[in-house]
Design a protein around this ligand. Structure first.
Ligand code: SF4
Length: 433
């Protein structure tokens, strides 16, 4: 096989991103590795942030917040409210991008993955959920281990992570999951298993009559690698009672993740916004996650995503606009100084908003995603089964440098974009716009 490729190489110089077309040897995996706590961040990012912020002018309204960031101080709920109410969205984006750049430069991370939802049968009926079914529903499904493996096999040669969450099945206990995970590992040993939301963990403890430490121990032995962090919704119990009655409480969400971290399982954490919460609720949510990250340093990534409406679910939802979604992503970056990655959840916000989010503090894009059901049943129209070229192009079109990562953000490899079929006219992008 010829190992020379016509490629576009993307680099930044003096606020411009240049794309040059050259023939080079195909990219080789590097030894660029990282600890879990840094997860690819520059260890000196706080002093770099101070330098970046000092070189720019900032409006009077946000100068007190900028000064805190320059001094390496943590933002409070009141600071977060100043940012939510700041009129200049693009200045907020510039501030969040400064923080992102101080950690990761222009790099933006993605991986090759697939989402397989093992069952849509669920004993709960959260108001925002378009996915769950009762056992008797005509379109209820529950994949046997063999059915699951056949589905995974379709994607296995081109992914390194399977993301698996589903309903709370009334009959499946820890045995199903141990058999599933060990069978995945046996047949596809290089695929990492990122699976189970906090409420699924709670349900499995209950149905299997196991303390959480033992449940985690058995799941780790079977092959579980990390938790995807879903199900946080908004960490406010009054709101949870209204939108997802019966789910784990806010404290249980935190405790379930704390126990996972103690057991050595890293996790993501999430936030569903645009239902009935206030802006203060969003900030309180971030602060609770930040407090746990202070204890464990094992949250890898924060994934904020808006509620996708239809005419039947949660008609009282206040629904996030594009402006508000970008603002929430930017503020997440600034509030969560101890969670390294902020994800633009392409499955939910779509490709166009994802590109913009990469200039509002996000540094990670949820992956090639061979298939996905939960967001698509809720109305998402994002493309599935992207190849690396398409994702790399999305990232470089946003003025950033695509980098492939593994599930645990420990190994990274710059992704060099091969020439597209048709030559592009645009060769230089002014990122200062
Ligand atoms: Fe069940 Fe999860 Fe849907 Fe709630 S969000 S109904 S727990 S599948």
């Amino acid at each position: 096989m010829n190992n020379l490729d016509e490629i576009y190489y993307v680099f930044s110089l003096k606020n411009h991103t240049y794309i040059i077309e050259v023939s080079v040897q195909r990219a080789i995996m590097t030894d660029w590795t990282s600890s879990m706590e840094l997860a690819g961040s520059d260890p000196e990012w706080k002093s770099t942030l101070c330098e970046i912020l000092s070189q720019a002018d900032w409006s009077v309204e946000i100068t007190p917040v900028v000064d805190k960031l320059k001094n390496g101080e943590r933002l409070t709920l009141q600071d977060g409210m100043i940012l939510f109410n700041h009129k200049d969205l693009f200045e907020l984006g510039r501030l969040a991008t400064s923080s992102k750049k101080s950690r990761f430069g222009d790099n933006v991370f993605f991986n090759s993955n697939v989402h397989i939802n093992q069952t849509n049968v669920c004993v709960l009926s959260c108001k925002f959920c378009a996915f769950s079914r009762t056992k008797r529903s005509k379109d209820a499904y529950s994949l046997s281990v063999e059915q699951y493996l056949s589905e995974l096999e379709k994607y296995a040669s081109r992914i390194d992570e399977v993301h698996s969450v589903g309903g709370l099945h009334p009959d499946w206990d820890v045995e199903y999951y141990c058999e599933l995970f060990s069978s995945i590992k046996e047949r596809f040993p290089s695929i990492s298993i990122k699976a189970l939301t906090a409420v699924e963990i709670k349900h499995l403890c209950k149905i299997s009559n196991l303390p959480i430490e033992e449940l985690y121990s058995r799941l780790i032995d079977a092959g579980l690698g990390s938790l995807p962090g879903g199900g946080a919704e908004i960490l406010n119990d009054d709101i949870r009672d209204k939108i997802c009655y019966g789910k784990e409480t806010s404290q249980e969400y935190i405790d379930i993740h704390r126990e996972a971290h103690k057991a050595g399982i890293p996790s993501n954490c999430t936030m569903l916004f645009g239902t009935i919460e206030s802006l203060e609720d969003r900030l309180n949510h971030m602060i609770q996650l930040r407090n746990l990250a202070d204890e464990t340093s094992m949250f890898q990534c924060f994934v904020p995503y808006p509620f996708l409406p239809d005419s039947t679910r949660l008609p009282e939802a206040q629904l996030s606009t594009a402006n508000e979604t970008l603002r929430t992503i930017a503020i997440s970056r600034l509030m969560l100084d101890n969670i390294p990655h902020i994800k633009a959840y392409r499955m939910n916000i779509g490709d166009y908003l994802t590109e913009l989010a990469l200039n509002f503090g996000a540094d990670d894009v949820d992956g090639t995603v061979g298939r996905e059901s939960i967001m698509h049943l809720a109305g998402a129209t994002s493309s599935l089964d992207y190849d690396k070229y398409q994702l790399g192009k999305l990232i470089s079109d946003a003025g950033c440098i695509p980098v492939i990562r593994d599930t645990k953000y420990e190994n990274f490899s710059p992704y060099i974009i091969k020439s597209p079929q048709r030559p592009r006219r645009l060769k230089v992008i002014n990122t200062e716009g």
